[in-house]
Write a protein that binds this ligand. Structure first.
Ligand SMILES: [Fe+2]
Ligand SMILES: [Fe+2]
Length: 187
């Protein structure tokens, strides 16, 4: 799997986690008691994987290479980079809202839910833009040598194979009901 396919795979994982977070929010909004451990794991995932690893690597490693190969990418890449910066700010607000929800209980839920749904909606729009415009462009303008170079850049940056990236996803998914979880994996 080359780095472009790994990025696509990571997008699928992120979308699944965002959908699962939406499900957990629905349950709490309907009166369920919050599962603090599950919520913490989900937020840990969001803060660590997309915000500390996935988006910064696109900014540092993929976007400059694309710009070198096709200057017409500039407008799209600037838009995506701006979305990365906005997401990074939003996740800080989300973490703060989670701490207040944890310390104040039910009265802190509305603000946490709003911050989470806002973050997720923006992140989903961002991923769809990358899936529909960025990745097709990358597949078009990057040569086989470029893809090898990109793989080298990602490995040198400490990127793990997709299987390692999925461990946390499995841990979260195992604790969710179907269709979000892995029913068989729980038994
Ligand atoms: Fe991105
Ligand atoms: Fe991405």
């Amino acid at each position: 799997m080359n780095t472009i396919e790994t990025i696509h795979d990571e997008h699928a994982t992120m979308l699944a986690i965002y959908q699962a977070i939406g499900h957990v929010l629905d349950e709490i909004a309907a009166g369920a008691l919050p599962d603090w451990r599950l919520l913490s794991m989900m937020l840990d995932y969001v803060i660590h994987e997309p915000e500390e690893l996935h988006h910064p690597r696109e900014d540092r490693l993929l976007f400059p290479l694309l710009m070198e190969r096709d200057a017409a990418c500039r407008a799209l890449i600037e838009k995506l980079s701006a979305q990365h910066a906005e997401g990074h700010e939003q996740v800080g607000a989300l973490a703060g809202a989670f701490i207040r929800f944890l310390s104040r209980g039910r009265e802190g839920f509305a603000a946490f839910e709003e911050a989470a749904r806002r973050y997720i909606a923006a992140a989903e729009r961002h991923i769809m833009l990358e899936e529909h415009e960025l990745l097709p462009l990358a597949r078009k303008v990057l040569s086989a040598e470029d893809l090898d170079e990109l793989d080298r850049r990602y490995r040198a940056d400490g990127a793990q194979p997709a299987s390692a990236f999925r461990e946390l996803f499995k841990e979260v998914a195992n604790r969710l009901p179907d269709p979000y979880g892995f029913g068989a994996a729980r038994s």
